[in-house]
Design a protein around this ligand. Structure first.
Ligand SMILES: [Zn+2]
Length: 158
């Protein structure tokens, strides 16, 4: 059994979503359309916050790969800066041929999202089928460091 390399198109993703999450997908796509640079800014994400707001973020590629920032991580920072919690997140990828696709978080972002908002609904594509997955379920064997966060962080146990 191989891993599918076909990602759902933007239209396929929208068709699978309810209206609220489709709004997130459109917000991410609008940001990507405005700021896309091949090889530099190819993914954008949008999250719905618990107070009904929308926070967006965009991927920033560095010349040294590890220094790059994913769109989802940018969103996480923005959600915290807004004093909110994320309840849903959608990310989209634009390929160099101009097509736009749903993309799931990488392992690092999955861990971050699960640490912060384990119940958040995160759109992913498994075998090219778009589906919402709880952040905590994105990385079933993720490493957690109990006690690493201080007592004031118990709201987000990790
Ligand atoms: Zn990532």
């Amino acid at each position: 059994m191989g891993v599918s390399t076909r990602r759902p198109t933007f239209a396929e993703a929208i068709a699978a979503m309810g209206e609220e999450d489709a709004v997130l997908a459109h917000a991410a796509r609008e940001l990507l359309d405005a700021r896309y640079v091949a090889g530099r800014h190819e993914v954008a994400a949008a999250a719905r916050t618990d107070d009904g707001g929308i926070v967006t973020g965009i991927h920033v590629e560095a010349s040294q790969g590890r220094a790059s920032i994913c769109a989802e991580s940018g969103v996480a920072s923005g959600v915290v800066a807004a004093g909110s919690k994320a309840v849903a997140l959608v990310a989209v990828l634009r390929r160099r041929d101009g097509t736009v696709h749903l993309i799931e978080p990488c392992g690092v972002c999955a861990e971050l999202l699960a640490d912060m908002w384990p119940d958040a609904r995160v759109w992913a594509a498994r075998e090219a089928t778009p589906e919402p997955i709880a952040a905590a379920d994105l990385l079933p064997f993720r490493h957690t460091r109990i006690g690493r966060l201080d007592a004031s962080s118990k709201e987000n146990p990790a």
